[in-house]
Design a protein around this ligand. Structure first.
Ligand code: UT7
Length: 323
């Protein structure tokens, strides 16, 4: 792990502002009690996912002291690309000035960052590449149904990036465990805008171009799935729960984080919580949390970190890292 960086758009949307929108019929009290979210950041009108991703990438490269021209590959985990094609990675490459660097997007929702990390690490571990930039970036505010209180209070925008390079044995990515349950794919969808359903005026009027979510069932799958994926990754890395210095889960709901941590018997001090300030930022949530925890002095070189992502798919991915 050669570098880390993140970016949050300037505009902060508080629960009080959502509560003030009478037609939503929600309260700060409900949002905090049921989700742990207090505020979230929203991209400016002129900002798209590639802009957020580029800002995070620039911070990450500055942290690593690596120039854009040294990059071999850029992987962008996102479900909100600037457009279906070209790949957001191509736009980021151009904005960074990383001439001719290869790249592509990885579309796996909130699980995308961990899967992109595992993917990028393979190129390093085989010796094929030396500098792989892995970015998690999403602008969910653009696909949020702002009339649906059951979803619009949850999401925020942001981006985070890590730079991977060759290290010593026992450093970097020690293990990963990935699984999908496509039978549960209907629980979290963006129905229109793909090859199944175009964004017709009728589809847009029905908000089919926005996130649809069966929250309760996802909640259940997450609380059951996170501990299993975490244990799988720890077993593959040959580390015990006591060896983990920091656990970073996808930030979807404080009650999911608390329930999963409790099942794993992890002390709260070991568990990252940034959902209060970021909301659910999909693929960006874990690198954003890593950067925030480092700023707080809770992430140091040599630490053993457990990441667990979960979300649309229903997909799960866990990884153990030595920072
Ligand atoms: O990131 C990808 C993965 N995502 C997840 O894993 C999300 C998992 N699910 C969740 O985090 C939770 O299910 C939610 C936060 C989405 C919802 O919380 P919940 O405790 O499961 O609420 P619910 O959907 O069971 O709704 C409970 C009540 C309902 O009212 P009734 O039917 O009991 O009268 C809802 O209409 O809360 C109502 N409600 C709200 N009330 C005020 C739903 N949203 C709101 C709201 N404000 N914003």
């Amino acid at each position: 792990m050669l570098g880390l960086g993140s970016y949050l758009p300037e505009r902060v949307l508080t629960n009080a502002e959502l509560e003030a929108r009478r037609e939503l019929d929600t309260t700060d009290e409900w949002i905090v009690r049921r989700t742990g979210i207090r505020e979230r950041h929203l991209a400016a009108e002129h900002e798209a996912t590639s802009d957020l991703a580029t800002r995070a990438a620039q911070a990450c490269l500055a942290d690593a002291g690596v120039a854009p021209a040294e990059l071999d590959l850029i992987i962008v985990a996102t479900v909100t690309p600037d457009m279906p094609f070209p790949a957001t990675a191509c736009l980021v490459q151009s904005k960074l000035g990383a001439d001719e660097t290869a790249g592509y997007d990885l579309l796996l929702g909130c699980t995308g960052f961990v899967s992109a990390l595992a993917t990028g690490a393979q190129f390093i571990q085989t010796g094929a590449l030396r500098r792989v930039l892995v970015i998690g970036a999403d602008t969910l505010s653009r696909v949020t149904d702002w009339t649906d209180r059951s979803t619009c209070v949850l999401f925020g925008d942001g981006a985070g990036a890590v730079l991977l390079g060759p290290g010593e044995p026992g450093e970097g990515l020690l293990s990963f465990a990935m699984s999908n349950n496509g039978a549960a794919a209907d629980l979290l969808t963006l129905p229109a805008g793909g090859s199944r359903l175009r964004v017709t005026p009728e589809a847009a009027a029905a908000h089919l171009d926005c996130i649809r979510m069966e929250g309760r069932e996802l909640f259940r799958l997450a609380v059951e799935g996170i501990p299993a994926a975490a244990q799988d990754a720890m077993r593959r890395a040959d580390v015990a729960p006591a060896d983990i210095d920091l656990m970073v889960m996808h930030q979807a709901n404080i009650r999911i984080i608390d329930a999963a941590a409790q099942r794993l018997a992890f002390e709260p001090e070991k568990v990252a919580v940034t959902i209060d300030a970021h909301g659910n930022t999909s693929a960006a949530s874990m690198p954003l949390a890593l950067d925030e925890l480092r700023r707080q002095g809770r992430l140091s070189p040599g630490d053993t970190i457990l990441l667990v992502g979960f979300g649309a798919g229903f997909a799960l991915a866990a990884a153990v890292l030595r920072w």
